[in-house]
Design a protein around this ligand. Structure first.
Ligand SMILES: Nc1ncnc2c1ncn2[C@@H]1O[C@H](COP(=O)(O)OP(=O)(O)OP(=O)(O)O)[C@@H](O)[C@H]1O
Ligand SMILES: O=C(O)[C@@H](O)C(=O)CO
Length: 425
């Protein structure tokens, strides 16, 4: 297997979002969970997205795990490695985007790295280095209330400069609009002035195509699915890869009971859960009882087992920003988050033991905890449920054939859970 593109994603939903984009652009793509073991049988592919759960962990671990993934990808021929971050730049001043970028840049020998989280299909655009979520700047969007990494500054030049050892510059939209040669010239100027990372503006997909074309001159880039689109289209346009249709093997039905788990507290997910109440039974976990011990997960499992024979169910820990803040004040942010993630993993494991083979999970950290517990080593990409969310078919899973959908907190339409289950037969 010789990869034309290697990718390292800092969470599992982000990885499936990117794998979806690459697949739709014609790259044969597989998503692995962590660095694959040698005995994992992977199909012949153009791109591998290694999913890490490194967005909110201690910085040293995020760096070492990303480096291990990079080495594996380079060892399989990847000339270019994309570090996939969230389209809302989820991170704190301690990292982990800047430190991982610094390490990958040092390993690659690149003098300057292009960085853009723009993903216009989901309303993420970057102008003058400021990230917009829909019509509002990042710091006015619901991301200001994120449970783990509240985003309070829309200037990505400033945000990245606080995290990175590199000086950070900007390639603004006027330069991007003039095409690849203008971008190359601006990057050369920035690099001459000692700048090691450049936030690139992008509002339309054509901007990402320009950025993708230039990024391929380098060994590393940093961005969200939009940059994946730019890189993939540039690879196809240059003839380095022949476009393929998505793998039909992912379409075969799995059947059996279906369940949904939601740990994301994003506005989008809260609305999707409220709408799901019309379509399936919904159980809200009591977060204080989750933090207190494992009984709440057991209660949820017996509630689910009584209903699984009749149709899909949904179990949610999600709550509103004021309630999340109150819980965190009582127990600490990390302790609360981890306890809830582990409860979701317990519930997922119990559901699969009860025969569930179709599972929808909302939230990146939540998905990470669930997929790790289920011991799934990788996924093939199937139909697209919503922008950035594909149906995934597990490969090499100990529980056999299984379909999952891992939804980024902010993604999906109002009826996401029903939409997902319609495509997961
Ligand atoms: N009621 C709650 N109170 C406090 N924290 C919660 C609650 N419910 C879930 N959490 C925690 O909030 C975090 C949500 O992060 P997660 O990554 O799963 O969702 P997200 O950030 O919306 O999704 P994404 O990363 O895909 O955008 C998890 O650590 C989860 O355990
Ligand atoms: O880029 C995004 O917004 C998503 O793929 C994601 O990473 C959310 O966790």
């Amino acid at each position: 297997m010789t990869l034309v593109l290697g990718c390292i994603a800092d969470d599992y939903t982000g990885a499936s979002d990117l794998a979806n984009t690459l697949t739709r652009c014609g790259l044969r793509t597989v998503q692995t969970i962590g660095v694959p073991s040698d005995d994992l049988r992977l199909p012949e592919v153009d791109a591998v997205v290694v999913s890490l759960k490194s967005r909110s962990i201690e910085v040293g671990l995020a760096v070492s795990r990303s480096r291990a993934a990079e080495q594996w990808l380079r060892g399989r021929g990847a000339d270019h490695v994309l570090f996939k971050i969230c389209s809302t730049f989820d991170s704190t001043d301690a990292g982990n985007i800047g430190p991982v970028m610094d390490a990958l840049r040092a390993d690659s020998g690149d003098t300057i790295v292009l960085v853009t989280p723009a993903f216009p299909e989901t309303g993420r655009t970057v102008y003058m280095g400021n990230l917009f979520v829909g019509v509002v700047p990042l710091n006015e969007s619901p991301l200001k209330d994120h449970p783990l990494n509240p985003m309070h500054d829309s200037s990505l030049v400033r945000v990245l400069a606080r995290q990175s050892r590199a000086k950070v510059g900007l390639v603004d939209l006027a330069v991007i609009a003039r095409g690849p040669e203008a971008v190359r010239a601006r990057l050369a100027d920035l690099a001459k002035n000692g700048i090691g990372a450049a936030i690139a503006d992008a509002v339309f997909e054509r901007d990402l195509e320009t950025i993708g074309t230039v990024a391929l001159d380098h060994r590393v880039s940093v961005g969200a699915s939009g940059l994946g689109l730019g890189l993939a289209r540039a690879l196809v346009a240059s003839g380095k890869v022949k476009p393929n249709a998505p793998n039909a093997a992912t379409d075969a039905a799995v059947g059996g009971p279906a369940a949904c788990l939601a740990g994301s507290c994003s506005q989008a997910t809260l609305q999707q859960i409220a709408n799901a109440e019309k379509a399936m039974p919904v159980l809200y976990l009591d977060p204080d009882r989750v933090v207190a011990g494992r009984e709440e997960a057991r209660r949820a499992l017996s509630w689910a087992r009584e209903r699984l024979g009749e149709g899909p169910i949904l179990i949610a820990s999600s709550s509103t920003p004021d309630k999340v803040a109150a819980l965190q004040a009582r127990h600490g942010r990390d302790a609360a988050g981890q306890a809830i993630e582990q409860a979701m993993a317990d519930i997922a494991e119990g559901l699969v033991q009860s025969g569930v083979r179709r599972l929808v999970v909302a939230g990146g950290e939540t998905s990470g905890a669930v997929v790790d517990r289920l011991g799934i080593p990788g996924f093939l990409v199937g139909a697209e449920i919503a922008a950035g969310v594909p149906v995934l078919r597990a490969v090499g899973a100990r529980d056999g054939d299984m379909l999952l959908a891992l939804k980024s907190g902010n993604f999906g339409g109002p009826e996401f859970f029903s939409d997902a289950l319609k495509l997961m037969r």
